[in-house]
Design a protein around this ligand. Structure first.
Ligand SMILES: CC(C)(COP(=O)(O)OP(=O)(O)OC[C@H]1O[C@@H](n2cnc3c(N)ncnc32)[C@H](O)[C@@H]1O)[C@@H](O)C(=O)NCCC(=O)NCCS
Ligand SMILES: Nc1ncnc2c1ncn2[C@@H]1O[C@H](COP(=O)(O)OP(=O)(O)OP(=O)(O)O)[C@@H](O)[C@H]1O
Length: 204
């Protein structure tokens, strides 16, 4: 079964996906795919260089992620341009990974960890949509603490995504990550029970 795991930046997707992996899920992560498709020499990095110039390429030939991040979180047109280049490559990369897991004999749930699942109309990739939720004030606080950034910068990054309150109605299952990690673990346990029963593999 394919599960779409989404939320807003820093609401706790990686935290929840780690908890699901510990319970036996396979994880396919869009942020990792976004890194894989811009490896030196790839079609992705060539197209990004054509669009944004040498300012976003580091001396060693890798993508200069900080430079590109500064550009795209300030400028919607630049962000749309980057998305237009990378999203088809990211989706293709993720589809290949999913196919590899599904060809394997196991029936374990495959979790698609995709921050922009709803913005990019990708919910159809998944049979079940899980939204990891935090109220926006706490989202900003955790983002500032994790990335060591200012409130203004955090607001810009959050502003580049659909507000978390608007993502809530898309959830088949909502995980509220406001409380302690133990509290979130309990919600993940309940989700896991749903996933294994839908897979017909309650015996796991
Ligand atoms: C701009 C880039 C180079 C910044 O890299 P950096 O290492 O600093 O951040 P990282 O990739 O880990 O992303 C952190 C978070 O930012 C948010 N985010 C990333 N890209 C976008 C975007 N295009 N629009 C809105 N939010 C985004 C996501 O919540 C993500 O989890 C990178 O995020 C990127 O290549 N983005 C475009 C690809 C993309 O859309 N990725 C999101 C998954 S579909
Ligand atoms: N229940 C919790 N209590 C306190 N801190 C938490 C909790 N859950 C997650 N965090 C912290 O909040 C921050 C954001 O969590 P995480 O990195 O999992 O978010 P994310 O949604 O994967 O972010 P991104 O969109 O950037 O990939 C991290 O520093 C994490 O350690």
């Amino acid at each position: 079964m394919r599960v779409g795991l989404t939320g807003g930046i820093a609401t706790g997707k990686s935290t929840v996906s780690r908890m699901l992996r510990q319970r036996g899920a396979a994880i396919v992560d869009a942020d990792q795919a976004a890194r894989a498709v811009v490896m030196p020499g790839s079609e992705g990095i060539r197209k990004v260089r054509e669009a944004f110039g040498d300012q976003v390429i580091a001396a060693d030939g890798n993508l200069d992620r900080a430079a590109l991040r500064n550009i795209v979180f300030q400028d919607e047109a630049a962000r749309n341009k980057l998305n237009g280049i990378l999203h088809p490559l990211i989706i293709e990369h993720m589809e290949e990974e999913v196919a590899r897991y599904q060809q394997a004999e196991e029936e374990r749930p495959v979790i698609l960890d995709v921050p922009l699942l709803i913005e990019e109309n990708l919910t159809e990739l998944a049979e079940l949509v899980v939204v990891v939720y935090l109220p926006e004030d706490l989202q900003l606080k955790r983002l500032m603490e994790r990335d060591g950034i200012s409130a203004a910068e955090a607001r810009r990054m959050v502003g580049a995504q659909m507000p978390i309150e608007e993502k809530k109605p898309f959830a088949d299952v909502l995980i509220d990550n406001t409380g302690s990690l133990a509290d979130t673990e309990r919600q993940v346990d309940a989700l896991w029970r749903i996933l294994v029963s839908k897979n017909g593999s309650d015996r796991l």
